[in-house]
Ligand binder design. Structure first.
Ligand SMILES: Cc1cc2nc3c(=O)[nH]c(=O)nc-3n(C[C@H](O)[C@H](O)[C@H](O)COP(=O)(O)OP(=O)(O)OC[C@H]3O[C@@H](n4cnc5c(N)ncnc54)[C@H](O)[C@@H]3O)c2cc1C
Length: 549
């Protein structure tokens, strides 16, 4: 019998397993797919000469993560690579905002959009240098982040803390307008906010866009040499060197609970895998609480909150390409960037997000595009490009603003139509792009979910990043901690605080809670009490969640 069973070998599951193994626990990871990694995998499925990442590609959050840094993954084969420039946002008129590796170079480029915008960028970066470390400490700690919170307060004093809090809460459009006179700086913030499902008008979009921009400025957007899978391979190697095991092709169908305590899991093949001390679930919150744990073991309030209140993030549609040349950008300066954002203005980003909110498939999709050979020359032969782009579509589609009648069935016709629409968007900024396509692979929302069950309907972040599902509201109103109402069961995925992205923090928080043992159990009991004051599942009449106390 293992000490711990980890369900799911995504980055969070693997981080959790590594930390438990470091503490001397015997750990087994059960993974549904034939290969580990979750949304951190790469292959040669587009073209035999090209390595393409299937899902995630750029890892500033991993570079900033104290947990991943402490794992010294370079000793297990991981090496990072950087593109000459971090991120570019070209416009159809040939102008281009570029987030360079060097802050002075970024500032100089923004100055071309409007006088004074270079200084505004430096000022934003100065703020980051002052508070960025403590801010990340707050985000990456389990809730409440007492130590880093106090450090931040000591550094900024009350007035500074209030100003910072306001900045973090601002929508990206508002922060951009307060800081920049020109479109370049505004687009860098708003485009980065849309790495999560935060439109230019969403609260905390400014804070998130600023944080991502400053991570980009301070650490770049690194990629693993050889493909995203190299990060997973390093995590697996490290785990195995400490005696941990990953068993692929094992779908967990049940967390076995007796008298309020998790005893282990059962797999689709009918095998029972016992866990002496803990079960850690790197699965989405809805899967854990509505599919894997029987309702009788959970408070009714939690199930109701999930049913009516849990919000998935946008759905995602991705295309991978093997290009026989580099992307022929009109704005030359986009050529050196690893990540490229495509939308012609902040207004266009708003229009895109509004179309998704009103359940329309966008006619002019905002694209996040990766130039992977530019970032890591090992990805494809010299002079070619391994590239991808993804965009977002509604989880439930009512209309297609693009006129192709896309319904969300995602049959072959709909997939081809959407991929063509994305290529047309690239052509706006890089005429001739289509002629460079040697082969392409389409990953529709349905395909994404079939390759990783956590990517529900193409959601990439385990639930919305919006303020109403962050901190103590993640995944449902509660404590924002990994403990669950079942003793010895921990939520270890991106559905837990602090959410999506490859940083491993939800996995680390869950592992630490499990290692705390009795204290963790006491916290679990507290969680249970908070969720069910009577200690029993209670029933209340159906009502709009927003009005329920
Ligand atoms: C297209 C795309 C692009 C992205 N780009 C970036 C990026 O550039 N940078 C970044 O930082 N983040 C990015 N992300 C987000 C990031 O990849 C995720 O937030 C992160 O992978 C979440 O890690 P996780 O371990 O919580 O879940 P996952 O990575 O989804 O892993 C969960 C694992 O659990 C397994 N599993 C699920 N259910 C079961 C079950 N019942 N039994 C057994 N196994 C199960 C799954 O098969 C999967 O392997 C992207 C995501 C996508 C989809």
């Amino acid at each position: 019998m293992a000490d711990a069973v980890v369900v799911g070998a995504g980055p969070n599951g693997l981080v959790a397993a590594n930390l438990l193994a470091d503490a001397g626990w015997d750990v087994v990871v059960l993974e549904e797919q034939p290969r580990p990694g979750g949304a951190v995998r790469s292959d040669r499925g587009v073209h035999p000469d090209y390595t393409n990442d299937l899902f995630s590609s750029f890892y500033p959050l991993a570079a900033a993560s104290p947990v991943l840094r402490a794992m010294e993954l370079h000793d297990h084969g991981l090496a990072w690579s950087h593109a000459p420039a971090v991120l570019a946002h070209p416009l159809s008129d040939g102008r281009c905002a570029v987030l360079e590796r060097d802050v002075a170079a970024t500032a100089a480029g923004l100055e071309e959009f409007a006088a004074g915008d270079g200084d505004a960028w430096r000022e934003l970066y100065g703020l980051w240098e002052q508070v960025g470390g403590d801010l990340l400490g707050c985000l990456f700690a389990p809730f409440p982040p007492v130590r880093s919170g106090l450090r931040l307060l000591a550094r900024t004093r009350v007035a500074g803390a209030l100003g910072l809090a306001r900045t973090m809460l601002l929508p990206a459009r508002r922060l951009g307008e307060e800081c920049f006179a020109g479109e370049g700086g505004r687009l860098l913030l708003a485009g980065n906010a849309l790495h999560a499902d935060l439109s230019p008008e969403s609260a905390i979009g400014g804070g998130f866009g600023w944080l991502m921009s400053m991570l980009a400025q301070s650490r770049g957007f690194p990629v693993p040499v050889g493909g995203a899978g190299a990060l997973t391979a390093a995590l697996v190697r490290r785990l195995e060197s400490r005696g941990g095991r990953v068993r692929c092709g094992e779908r967990v169908t049940e967390v076995v609970v007796r008298q309020g305590r998790a005893l282990g899991v059962r797999t689709a093949g009918g095998t029972a895998v016992r866990a002496r001390r803990a079960v850690l679930a790197d699965v989405s919150a809805p899967t854990l609480f509505t599919r894997l744990v029987a309702a009788e073991h959970l408070p009714a309030r939690l199930l109701r909150d999930l049913d009516r209140g849990f919000q998935w993030d946008f759905s995602t549609f991705k295309v991978d390409w093997a290009l026989d040349g580099t992307v022929p950008w009109t704005a030359q300066r986009a050529s050196g960037a690893g990540t490229v954002h495509l939308a012609d203005s902040v207004d266009e980003l708003t229009r895109f997000a509004a179309q998704i909110a009103t359940r329309h498939v966008p006619d002019r999709p905002f694209l996040l595009l990766g130039q992977m050979t530019t970032a890591d020359p090992s990805r494809s032969p010299a002079g070619t490009e391994s590239a991808w782009a993804y965009t977002h579509v509604p989880q439930r589609i009512a209309h297609d603003a693009g006129g192709d009648g896309i319904t969300g069935a995602w049959d072959r016709r709909e997939q081809e139509a959407m991929a063509d629409r994305m290529e047309a968007q690239v052509e706006r900024y890089a005429p001739g792009f289509r002629h460079r396509i040697r082969s392409r692979r389409i990953l529709s929302p349905v395909t994404l979910q079939s390759l990783d069950a956590n990517l529900h309907g193409g959601a990439i972040n385990g639930g919305t990043t919006a303020l109403h599902q962050q901190f103590v509201f993640r995944p449902t109103p509660g404590t924002g901690r990994p403990e669950t109402p079942v003793t010895g069961l921990y939520l270890a995925s991106a559905s837990a605080h602090p959410g999506g992205g490859v940083h491993g923090i939800p996995g680390a928080n869950a592992a630490r809670a499990a290692l705390r043992g009795p204290v963790g159990r006491a916290l679990g009991t507290t969680v249970r009490r908070i969720l069910t004051p009577s200690g029993h599942p209670e029933e209340t009449p159906r009502s709009c969640r927003a009005f329920r106390p």
